[in-house]
Design a protein around this ligand. Structure first.
Ligand SMILES: CC(=O)SCCNC(=O)CCNC(=O)[C@H](O)C(C)(C)COP(=O)(O)OP(=O)(O)OC[C@H]1O[C@@H](n2cnc3c(N)ncnc32)[C@H](O)[C@@H]1OP(=O)(O)O
Ligand SMILES: CC(C)C(=O)C(=O)O
Length: 505
């Protein structure tokens, strides 16, 4: 069960608007094929009600409604009515799984809490709703008050509750404890369906999920990118990969869509995926060391079962001070370029030199480096920025005017924009789209790095990611001025796409 839209939204700073929730629910159910999704908590807000209703309307049209779940509270009729009115037919009832929570938060005796839960379950049944229950703080319950957990379970097991969802609410368990506690539950209630809900406070969420699987638990809760309260939940991508590769488990998840869905959630949540996050991080399929690239060239010696193509990704070979000839050869191959041994040595030396100065070298930089090192016109520049002015004035919109030569012809254009670079790109877009009638690439990411040290004259590196037709590529600009660095990266992009325009013409 994926709970990106409920626990994932409990990540500090994350709030999805209804159409984003609907889009993510569709991706989870239709593209990734998650078995179940928890999309909200009841009573939260009007916006949340609208979002759940939109998701349920959509799911009902596709016969997926039983796969949509909403968390509700032990509050008489209130949560059940709220959820029922959205069209959702599954309530995940938040019950207290430790004596401490029952007595300190609800200020109830166990018998009173059980009575309240049974009343909600009865009412949900009358409304024809399926009921799952959370035993919130179950992990501490098993440590400190197991007799309470069993008293609760003994009462609930006599009802038609479908699933018992066991959360490690504060992420305090280790895998050995998960095995011990989960086995106790399975032994005492052999016919019950248990879900396990991990939290990552000790970075053990994924390990704990696997321990739960080994101990007889039947359902797992995950989120995209591991979003969730505090340190988050178990990330779906990692759990899926481990289940398949280490346990030969079969799930319905379509791995090839994991990366795309992760990117959508990254963008809607605003929580950037760490570059080293397994499966979906930017760097995890990039070999850096020259020895690795060499081994891959000879016999894929540095590849494991996590082949990037499984997840809709591609292996890359970084360029920098740890590069050897093999990294460079791999990148040249991708560009359809070939160099002799001497040229190869010179280009390798230059890349190492740049890497030593902390400069990032992208694949798109390679033709320029080759051209520069070999002093011949390999990189024939068909787009030249002749002149430009960008200005910033208090109280006025930034303006840009530029003159550019494209395939020997000069064009001039001006535009205002939300910032200097935005004005520059708008002027450029006018030339490409209006004057030349061409498509213009979409800027999908813009990353600025400033070396530490607080110097205002330091070089700024701007790396822009573009998407054009079915290609995604990055260009880099380096300058003491941030706007100029971005403009340099943009002109590199324009030269790269010239060949694409040629193919289209
Ligand atoms: C571990 C988890 O992730 S639990 C996730 C639960 N989900 C959420 O909290 C969703 C977001 N929450 C909200 O929008 C709000 O907190 C609401 C609408 C649920 C309640 O809001 P408020 O009425 O303002 O109460 P508030 O947030 O201050 O306190 C929570 C109340 O719920 C009660 N409560 C706690 N757990 C439960 C439960 N399982 N069932 C019923 N009531 C509960 C508390 O005792 C407290 O009641 P009190 O005010 O009578 O002391
Ligand atoms: C909703 C609750 C049970 C939860 O997310 C948790 O306990 O971690």
């Amino acid at each position: 069960m994926d709970t990106t839209l409920r626990d994932g939204e409990q990540t500090s700073g994350v709030s999805f608007v209804p159409h984003e929730k609907l889009m993510i629910a569709r991706l989870l159910l239709e593209d990734l094929k998650a078995d179940r999704v928890e999309v909200a908590s009841a009573r939260v807000s009007e916006g949340e009600f609208d979002a759940v209703k939109m998701i349920c309307d959509w799911a009902a049209r596709r016969n997926m409604l039983p796969r949509v779940e909403v968390l509700g509270f032990v509050d008489g009729h209130t949560s059940v009515d709220w959820i029922h009115a959205t069209g959702c037919r599954v309530i995940n009832l938040l019950c207290k799984g430790s004596l401490k929570h029952c007595s300190c938060q609800l200020k109830k005796l166990p018998e009173e809490h059980i009575e309240d839960i049974l009343a909600v379950v009865d009412y949900a049944n009358v409304q024809d709703m399926e009921v799952n229950v959370y035993l919130e703080d179950w992990s501490n319950g098993m440590k400190d008050s197991p007799e309470y957990v069993f008293q609760l379970m003994d009462a609930l097991i006599r009802t038609n509750i479908k699933r018992y969802m066991l959360p490690d609410t504060l992420g305090v368990l280790n895998p050995l404890q998960v095995i011990e506690f989960m086995r106790k539950m399975v032994k005492r209630y052999p016919h019950a369906h248990f879900d396990f809900h991990a939290h990552n406070d000790y970075d053990l969420a994924v390990s704990n999920v696997l321990a739960a699987v080994l101990s007889g638990c039947k359902g797992l809760h995950t989120t995209i990118n591991g979003l969730g309260e505090r340190a988050g939940n178990a990330p779906l991508a990692s759990v899926q990969a481990i289940l398949k590769d280490h346990f030969s488990a079969v799930t319905n998840i379509d791995e090839s869509r994991l990366n795309d869905v992760s990117r959508v959630v990254e963008s809607y949540s605003g929580i950037v995926i760490p570059a080293n996050k397994p499966i979906v991080g930017e760097n995890v399929f990039t070999q850096v060391a020259g020895v690795h690239a060499d081994g891959d060239n000879k016999s894929n010696l540095y590849c494991n079962d996590l082949l990037p193509e499984r997840f809709g990704r591609k292996r890359e070979y970084a360029l920098g001070k740890n590069s050897g000839k093999a990294n460079i050869r791999k990148n040249l191959e991708d560009l359809g370029l070939e160099l002799d041994e001497d040229a190869m040595r010179k280009v390798t030396e230059r890349i190492i030199e740049l890497g030593d100065k902390k400069e990032l070298v992208t694949q798109e930089d390679l033709p320029y480096i080759v051209s520069d090192v070999l002093k011949h016109g390999m990189m024939d520049e068909r787009v030249n920025l002749k002149s430009y002015i960008v200005n910033l004035a208090y109280g006025l919109k930034p303006m840009a005017t530029l003159k550019i030569e494209i395939n020997g012809k000069e064009y001039e254009e001006s535009s205002s924009g939300d910032g200097q670079y935005d004005a520059f790109v708008r002027a450029l877009r006018k030339i490409y789209k209006v004057t030349l009638g061409r498509k213009f690439p979409m800027l999908t990411n813009y990353a600025v790095t400033i070396p530490p040290g607080g110097r205002t004259d330091a070089f700024v590196q701007t790396v822009i990611t573009w998407s054009f037709e079915d290609k995604v590529f990055r260009t880099r600009g380096l300058d003491a001025d941030q706007t100029e660095a971005a403009i340099k990266a943009t002109v590199k992009m324009l030269n790269i796409i010239e060949t694409e325009y040629e193919k289209m013409d």
